[in-house]
Write a protein that binds this ligand. Sequence first.
Ligand code: TMP
Length: 222
Amino acid sequence: MDSKRGAFVSLEGPDGSGKTTHMGFLCEALRERGYRVIETRQPGGSPTAEVIRKAVLGTELNEPMDAVTEAMLYAASRRQVLKSVIEPGLAAGAVIVSDRWADSSFAYQGWARGIMKEFVAIRDVAHKDFWPDVTVFFDVTLEESLARMAGRVKDYNRLNNEALAFRKRCFEGYQSLISGDVSERMVIVDSMRTIAEIQQSIHKYLDGEFAEKFGHLRTYPR
Ligand code: TMP
């Protein structure tokens, strides 16, 4: 492995999995350990990609969005952030942490919208052979994720209007992903536990497996 290349970490999970709550904690825990951290998100994460986020998640456009159009917009956002944030960050030896990446499109577009072939083709155009080094997956039951989402008034977006059947399919898409052949980059976090317990397991992971692989990226020893 090129010792100067940084690391790309994606966070994944269904809506209501606690992913975004733990993102700040994870980034802070990395910084405490001496890593240079760049936080980003999908869709969004750069000026152009944030415009795409508005188009794909905004509620003001009164037109049903075609599934392939939707998949292309998410992929365009990823491509832009890859070029303007991730590649330069990796070259500078940073740890880039992204709230969602292409696995979200696998679950929400490929699986739940039923356009897997199109999703794969679009993903290949956007970033063939580019994968996260680590994907932290926040695993909750469907019931728990729905209950947590029900209490949400902030961050309302177009997808919040989707029917329960769509949520179920997204959930199944993720389950199929984490039991599939990408599991070696996957770190599964049992997100049914308390926040304190989850934070504890994040500390443990960073001091163990992550430090073994990426400890050389720390700018100072702990
Ligand atoms: P979030 O930023 O609050 O996680 O919201 C993003 C929403 O967009 C979420 O419901 C998942 C959805 N999404 C997709 O459908 N496909 C994607 O590729 C990504 C990144 C997100």
